[in-house]
Ligand binder design. Structure first.
Ligand code: DX5
Ligand code: ZN
Length: 215
């Protein structure tokens, strides 16, 4: 059985208690911490940038899974690396320098992720084969937590699994134990969950329910 990684998103956490929130996620069995960076331009929402990632880095030892929803992400790669990011994922729709940005991330010794919005076919990534470590399939429109899972994402994950057997496949948006079952069975390796974990009373149970949903 392949390993399933759970990457809880802190997007809907209480930012005044970020240290406790992140430490609790670490204690509750999270594998990574998913940090949603939004610029109010590539997506309509604004969140946080390098200083917050740097603060989180001091609180936990877990890998930081940084999801850049920003235009021209190449401008900020080295700064996120300095802040402590371990995996840097950006959107193919956000730059005309996709290959260069992957190379920049990898040259910094970090893992490069490429993300596609719900309307972008995953086949578009074939031209970048070998340049990235992970594919992030958005199963909601990027920008906000708490949205409904888009069912057509399941077929997209199957296609991604078939086309890119050597990359991790991460899924983000609208994940609960029911949708987790579908995406894990379709071939996802990394599951991002915001509300389903942060909103749960028992975070350990929520994480384990999602992890085991595909069995
Ligand atoms: C949406 C973000 C997600 C979001 C997931 O743009 O990328 O990471 O926080 O939240 P849920 O799991 O609540 O849909
Ligand atoms: Zn995300």
């Amino acid at each position: 059985m392949r390993k399933i990684f759970i990457s809880p998103s802190i997007l809907t956490a209480d930012f005044a208690r970020l240290e406790q929130e992140c430490k609790l996620l670490e204690k509750s069995g999270a594998d990574w911490i998913h940090c949603d960076v939004m610029d109010g331009n590539f997506v309509p929402n604004l969140t946080f940038g390098m200083p917050v990632v740097k603060s989180i880095r001091k609180c936990v030892v877990l890998p930081l899974d940084v999801h850049l929803m920003i235009d021209r992400p190449e401008r900020y790669v080295t700064q996120f690396v300095s802040a402590g990011a371990d995996i840097i994922t950006f959107h193919v729709e956000a730059t005309d320098k996709v290959a260069e940005t992957c190379k920049l991330i990898r040259d910094c010794g970090k893992k490069a992720g490429l993300s596609v919005k719900p309307s972008t076919p995953v086949e578009i990534l074939e031209q970048y084969r070998g340049l990235f470590d992970m594919i992030l399939i958005m199963s909601v429109e990027p920008g906000f937590g708490g949205q409904k899972f888009i069912e057509s994402s399941v077929e997209k994950i199957k296609t991604a699994r078939r086309l890119f057997n050597d990359a991790l496949i991460e899924v983000d948006g609208g994940i609960n134990s029911e949708t987790a079952r579908k995406v894990i069975q379709a071939g996802a390796d990394v599951i991002v969950a915001g509300n389903a974990v942060i909103g749960a009373k028992d975070r350990r149970a929520a994480i384990e329910n999602i992890r085991n949903a595909g069995q």
